[in-house]
Unconditional design. Structure first.
Length: 339
């Protein structure tokens, strides 16, 4: 059994285990000064998911295509301006994406290489980037005044929102897209409600609008962007923001789609996966069956009983790691626990 569990663990973690993420934060425009806090957050996520997160406060890694190709995801965390990559580095990045690289953009990534159709200065240097990320924030005004609290609602189903409340009340510097650029192929997953502008009025650009979205390119590369992430507190003390970015990163790395994946070979669904405090289980199998959570050594660490078609397990007593859920005497389903 132990041999089987060790093999299953390798299969369970193999989609993300050992992958490399480049955390890029250079600016030539407004500097949010979040680079250190952002790197610390993603480093902790890397430890949790067994990823290698490499910090890049400047653009050096983009100069060597072979070195760039060692990375599976590049995070543009509050980058800004139109002078952070030279022509060769831009070409290397485009080739890297064409070869299957995945991209995560945060907040001011949409104020990086603004689209030529967007209002404001210094637009049009490299439209490829704005079209890849999916937007350029409008100028005059760029955003609401300060970081007021508004409700974010879910749009559709996506792993990045699986572990978020709906609605999610969040303080944020909410961006505007109306006078900027917004890509037609964005698949929105979070939308902010109507806001109030810096002039104290509700304007046309204060209408409900997407704040997080994703794209899957024809070659299979995946892109995720969130306009959230203005203040340092997002990266140091906002657990829901961290969860949103962690789950988005997992989606970029393994391509999981939807809330719950059916377990292979049986009528069992688990949600969410990765799980934090609780795990919800639905099954078409007989009622009143035994549930067991088993660790990688084969030890049963949690037992429960399923009395109906839907059951919730409390995971607070489990450490972070890979476990295997068995229902009755059936096959096991891999579950990742991340508190």
């Amino acid at each position: 059994m132990l041999r089987s569990l060790l093999l299953s663990t390798a299969l369970c973690t193999g989609t993300v285990f050992g992958q490399r993420v480049l955390h890029f934060t250079e600016t030539s425009g407004f500097d949010h000064n979040t680079r250190s806090a952002s790197f610390q957050m993603f480093s902790s996520i890397g430890d949790e998911l067994m990823l290698d997160v490499v910090d890049a406060p400047v653009s050096g890694p983009f100069s060597d295509f072979v070195a760039l190709s060692d990375h599976d995801v590049i995070i543009f965390s509050n980058t800004s301006g139109n002078a952070i990559l030279d022509a060769e580095q831009r070409t290397n990045f485009e080739t890297w994406v064409a070869n299957g690289g995945h991209v995560l953009g945060i907040h001011a990534a949409s104020d990086t290489y603004r689209h030529s159709t967007a209002n404001g200065n210094n637009s049009g240097t490299w439209d490829y980037f704005a079209e890849l990320i999916g937007a350029s924030v409008q100028e005059g005004p760029n955003h609401v005044s300060g970081t007021p609290a508004y409700e974010l609602s879910h749009l559709g189903l996506h792993p990045s929102t699986t572990n978020l409340p709906d609605p999610w009340l969040k303080n944020e510097e909410y961006y505007y897209w109306e006078g900027g650029y917004f890509g037609p192929e964005n698949n929105a997953v979070l939308q902010v409600e109507e806001t109030v502008g810096p002039n104290g009025l509700v304007n046309s650009y204060d209408a409900e609008r997407p704040m997080s979205w994703y794209r899957v390119l024809p070659n299979g590369s995946r892109v995720f962007y969130t306009a959230l992430g203005h203040a340092q507190s997002n990266y140091t003390s906002d657990e829901l923001f961290r969860t949103h970015l962690r789950d988005a990163l997992l989606w970029l790395l393994d391509g999981t789609t939807g809330h719950a994946a059916p377990a292979s070979g049986n009528a069992l669904n688990v949600f969410p996966n990765p799980a934090s405090r609780t795990l919800t289980i639905t099954t078409e199998l007989d009622r009143n069956v035994k549930l067991q959570m088993i660790d990688a050594t084969g030890r049963v660490v949690l037992s429960d009983r399923m009395a109906g078609p839907t059951h919730t397990m409390d995971l607070d007593g489990l450490s972070n790691g890979i476990y295997f859920l068995r229902i009755g005497d059936g096959p096991m389903t891999c579950v990742r626990v991340t508190h």
